[in-house]
Design a protein around this ligand. Structure first.
Ligand SMILES: [Zn+2]
Ligand SMILES: [Zn+2]
Length: 336
């Protein structure tokens, strides 16, 4: 049934793609003398439509919930604006494009090198012939494997100072909403894409499956950030990461304090948090954000930037300060 729905969706998108191309894009390409790129642009158009579709559906489902049953009421929604930009940038695949341009040649080499040198790679779907090669089973296997990797990636984002400064872009949003998920540092996005792609290559995920895995993961992660009271119930909450569970991760002091402590790192499945004892099921609503954003005795709170570029730039500045401090400290420790 799932395959049928997917193929119908694919047909619908393909027909929009053709119409849009013939009526709008082709004439523009023709007039701007860019017809050399027509095939690439035609292919890219498919993914643009998928992205628009994804954003529209997410908005149509989640926005009414936010309006009807908000967890937090805000006097204005100004700070959400940057997150809307992040969502369009990420969903339209602009970051992925950077990844492909810079890293795809490297991955192609890696793949050939692995084949030539017969490097060990596990194909999870070949583990148990007759069972794990069933499409549904292999799909779930890959989902669990990639999610396990995602859990550790997220823990490292909180564990290492330089990495935390990149991830702080995500946590500096104090008004969590359906748009919050894609608010990330672009450098971190590229590292994450490379990490997951390398792993996918190693465990033998088919490219077609990888795209669906990423799409499912994206959809569920938008739900996790929604500013709406959504109760998953005891059982479901332990099966997949709920908005309550992820909101706890964003809670100041409770979910994380920069690199020192943290809970609820799970991306889609809370199982790893349960296994490695980092799960918190506390449902109390706490302010979200990073503690040093609050004004205190030491002065006004730290600014993480209002707009996309300010947020991106300030993260690099914080990294510079951190690295410079570490370099200055290093000789002193050596001497001692
Ligand atoms: Zn985090
Ligand atoms: Zn989050």
């Amino acid at each position: 049934m799932v395959t049928e729905i997917l193929s119908q969706l694919d047909g619908l998108i393909a027909s929009i793609q053709t119409n849009l191309y013939v009526d709008v894009v082709q004439p523009v390409l023709f007039h701007t003398h860019l017809m050399d790129y027509d095939e690439d642009i035609y292919d890219a158009l498919y993914w643009v439509i998928v992205a628009v579709f994804e954003i529209v559906v997410t908005y149509a489902v989640l926005r009414p919930l936010e309006a009807l049953r908000p967890i937090e009421r805000w006097s204005d929604r100004k700070s959400v604006r940057a997150d809307v930009w992040y969502t369009w940038i990420a969903k339209l695949g602009i970051v992925n494009m950077l990844f492909f341009v810079f890293l795809q040649p490297f991955f192609n080499h890696l793949e050939t090198w692995m084949q030539v040198h017969n490097v060990w790679n596990v194909n999870l779907d070949e583990m148990w012939p007759g069972v794990t090669d069933q499409p549904v089973v292999s799909f779930l296997l890959y989902l669990v494997a990639l999610d396990f990797a995602g859990y550790w990636y997220h823990r490292w984002q909180h564990r290492f100072g330089v990495w935390w400064e990149l991830h702080a872009v995500h946590h500096s949003q104090r008004q969590m909403s359906l748009w919050n998920d894609d608010r990330n540092h672009f450098v971190d996005d590229v590292i994450q894409a490379a990490f997951l792609a390398a792993l996918a290559l190693l465990i033998g995920v088919q490219p077609g499956q990888f795209v669906v895995l990423v799409a499912i993961s994206n959809g569920l992660q938008s739900v996790q950030h929604v500013n709406a009271r959504l109760r998953y119930g005891w059982m479901l909450e332990r099966l997949i990461v709920s908005p309550t569970f992820h909101r706890r991760h964003h809670a100041m002091e409770y979910g994380h304090t920069g690199t020192a402590y943290g809970c609820n790192f799970g991306v889609l499945l809370p199982w790893w948090d349960m296994l490695f004892k980092t799960a918190s099921w506390d449902r109390s609503v706490e302010p979200t954000g990073i503690t040093d954003q609050l004004a205190g005795a030491a002065g006004p709170g730290r600014a993480y930037g209002e707009g996309v570029w300010a947020q991106q730039w300030l993260a690099l500045e914080r990294i510079y300060v951190r690295v410079r401090r570490a370099v200055r400290r290093a000789p002193a420790t050596e001497a001692a």
